[in-house]
Design a protein around this ligand. Structure first.
Ligand SMILES: [Cu+2]
Length: 210
C-alpha cells in the first residue's frame, strides 16, 4: 500500500495561515530586487531576523524536494530547524540523496527508485548541500533559518516579504554563487521598504549564511 504523501496539503497551508485583512494591513513589507554582479538574479534567498522577540513558530508542514529530469526541484529550499524535508525520486531511474555537509550533519539517505521518498530533519542553521552519488551534476541546498520571514527571489530577482511586525531587523541574502549579504533595516507599521541589493559573485567555495 502506498501512503498518501505528507506534502499533499502543502500548497494549501499558506492560505490557511493568512491573517484576516484588517490585521494584514498593519504589517509592514520589505520588497525589492536582487542583483548578482549587476544582473537580476533568481534563486536568492532573502530573510529577515527580528531584533525583538517573536512568539514561537507553530509546528510546520513537511516540505518536498523532488528529483525530476536529473535535477533537484526546487534547487534551494528554506526550512525552520527540525522541519521535515521529503526527498522524492520522480525519475524512471535510480537516484541517491546525500550531504557531505560541513555543518556536522552529513548523511546518506541511500539510493532508491521512482515513486519513493525519504525524509530528513535538519537541525543546524545554515546551508546544507544536497547531492546525488549517481549524478555528480545534481545539487541542491536546504537552508535552515532562525526566522519564518523568508522568501526565494523569483523572476528577475524580485522578492517580497509581507506581514512583518514593525521593528528593526537584520536582513540577509543568501545565494549559492554570491557573497553573503547583510544589513540592518527598520520598518514602520504599514510601510513598504524597497531595496535594490547588489551581491558580489564569489568562487567555487560554498559558504554558509550566519
Ligand atoms: Cu541522481
Amino acid at each position: 500500500m502506498r501512503l498518501l504523501p505528507a506534502w499533499a496539503g502543502v500548497a494549501l497551508a499558506p492560505l490557511a495561515a493568512m491573517p484576516p485583512p484588517a490585521l494584514a494591513q498593519q504589517g509592514s513589507v520589505v520588497e525589492g530586487v536582487v542583483y548578482v554582479r549587476n544582473a537580476k538574479s533568481t534563486g536568492a534567498l532573502v530573510y529577515v531576523i527580528p531584533a525583538f522577540a517573536e512568539p514561537p513558530v507553530a509546528p510546520v508542514e513537511t516540505v518536498l524536494i523532488d528529483q525530476r529530469n536529473l535535477h533537484f526541484v526546487p534547487r534551494t529550499l528554506a526550512v525552520l530547524p527540525d522541519q521535515a524535508v521529503a526527498f522524492r525520486n520522480s525519475d524512471p531511474i535510480l537516484h541517491n540523496v546525500f550531504s557531505p555537509d560541513t555543518l556536522g550533519e552529513d548523511f546518506d539517505l541511500g539510493t532508491y527508485p521512482e515513486g519513493e521518498w525519504r525524509t530528513r530533519r535538519f537541525r543546524r542553521l545554515g546551508a546544507h548541500v544536497i547531492l546525488c552519488h549517481i549524478h555528480p551534476e545534481m545539487e541542491a541546498y536546504v537552508v535552515v533559518l532562525p526566522t519564518r520571514h523568508y522568501v526565494l527571489a523569483a523572476g528577475e530577482g524580485r522578492f517580497r516579504i509581507a506581514e512583518l511586525p514593525p521593528g528593526t531587523y537584520s536582513l540577509h541574502v543568501w545565494h549559492p554563487r554570491a557573497e553573503p549579504f547583510r544589513r540592518e533595516i527598520t520598518v514602520r507599521a504599514g510601510d513598504t521598504l524597497r531595496l535594490e541589493i547588489q551581491l558580489e559573485r564569489r568562487g567555487a567555495t560554498r559558504t554558509l549564511p550566519k
